[in-house]
Design a binder for this molecule. Structure first.
Ligand SMILES: C[C@](O)(CO)[C@H](O)COP(=O)(O)OP(=O)(O)OC[C@H]1O[C@@H](n2ccc(N)nc2=O)[C@H](O)[C@@H]1O
Ligand SMILES: Nc1ncnc2c1ncn2[C@@H]1O[C@H](COP(=O)(O)OP(=O)(O)OP(=O)(O)O)[C@@H](O)[C@H]1O
Length: 321
């Protein structure tokens, strides 16, 4: 009798930008307590999982040469964690994972985290598991601080080390231009640089997230633009001084404001509308300050089956407005 092999499952998953990232001091466990407002963008990776006798990882697209294809790929770790969680340890050894990357590697846009979240959703479908998105989010938090947000998407307030999420109401769509740098930056290195800068002096800290949440509810990009803030920006710029020029070039090109995304080095520029974003992108491309320019909008949903309906079965958490 022929064994029935389930068809491959493909999941699309968004990048994130931090509209607000307030970093507190180093905790004893090596993480920093933080308060952040995430937004999921239409810049995505696609992850296909399939049952196979030839397990492994294939990577195509953005930074394909710099992404590990072994057990240290975050997507593989997600597969291992899910298999163990549902009492099928080792089941990942019969899976092939294909990553089609649009999110820059080590770019501060949570690309690896996105792939891990997509793998959890894809394998839950491939293995026909009865798991809720909230259950996947608990597993996700063990894989990395940014992984839970990639599952939910939208716009959210993140606390703890960034893994505790509450949705935030964002009216309308915001339009972004993203400037990818020549090389990535290591997230722990950027946090370390912030600790060093703080030990030396007092780089200013951004204020409360409340005005950002209010601006999101108003839907006015001009109001939001005045409030973008990131405590890691000084550290990313200290390690990559050229980012100062990139940030200036985006605003000179007509963006309302620019910020380093998360730990960088990608710079994200908020624009007045879709047309303005296209114009800013065109001008920034010619300015010679970055490797690649992309236009994106947000918020968009988190990891979703392509062509399928996998709406979370849990009630969404309370809206924070
Ligand atoms: C910078 C952000 O992208 C903002 O959303 C995240 O805080 C980073 O999230 P991530 O890449 O998923 O980070 P993790 O894989 O959890 O942690 C990688 C390393 O970053 C540092 N790290 C991360 C998160 C956090 N709240 N404090 C930290 O100090 C730690 O050195 C940690 O060992
Ligand atoms: N699936 C993956 N995609 C990209 N990088 C991966 C993946 N798995 C492991 N890595 C490793 O993780 C490092 C960080 O990659 P990633 O693209 O997630 O960074 P990032 O976007 O800056 O992360 P964050 O914004 O969450 O701090 C890479 O340099 C790479 O060595």
């Amino acid at each position: 009798m022929l064994a029935v092999v389930p068809p491959p499952v493909t999941v699309r998953v968004p990048a994130k930008v931090n509209l607000h990232l307030a970093v507190s001091d180093l905790r004893e466990d090596g993480y920093h307590e933080l308060v952040t407002v995430f937004q999921a963008l239409s810049l995505t990776d696609e992850v296909t999982v399939m049952a196979t006798e030839e397990p492994g990882i294939e990577v195509y697209g953005e930074g394909e040469g710099s992404v590990p294809t072994g057990a240290n790929n975050l997507a593989w770790r997600a597969a291992q964690a899910l298999a163990a969680h549902v009492g099928k340890p080792g089941a990942e050894a019969k899976v092939r994972i294909v990553l089609r990357k649009g999110i820059p590697v080590a770019g501060g846009m949570a690309g690896g985290s996105a792939d891990a979240a997509a793998t959890l959703v894809g394998l839950a479908s491939l293995w026909k598991l009865d798991v809720t998105r909230d259950e996947l989010a608990e597993l996700a938090a063990g894989l990395g601080s940014d992984v839970p947000f990639a599952l939910y998407g939208g716009t959210a307030l993140g606390t703890g080390r960034g893994e505790q999420l509450v949705p935030v109401l964002a009216r309308h769509t915001f339009h972004w231009v993203l400037a990818f740098d020549q090389r990535g930056l290591s997230t722990p290195r950027v946090f370390g640089e912030l600790d060093r800068l703080r030990a030396e002096g007092k780089p200013p800290r951004i204020g409360s997230h409340t005005p950002v949440v209010e601006a999101l509810a108003s839907g006015d990009p001009r109001q939001l633009a005045l409030l973008l803030g990131n405590d890691l920006q000084a550290a990313a710029v200290s390690l990559r001084p050229g980012l100062r020029r990139t940030l200036r070039a985006g605003v000179n090109a007509g963006a309302l404001a620019g910020t380093v995304s998360g730990s960088g080095p990608t710079c994200a520029f908020l624009c007045a509308d879709a047309q303005s974003a296209v114009e800013v992108a065109a001008e920034l491309s010619g300015a010679g300050v970055c490797r690649t320019v992309r236009v994106a909008h947000g918020p968009v949903p988190g990891a979703r089956l392509v062509g399928g309906d996998d709406a979370p079965r849990s009630a969404p958490p309370r809206v924070h407005a």
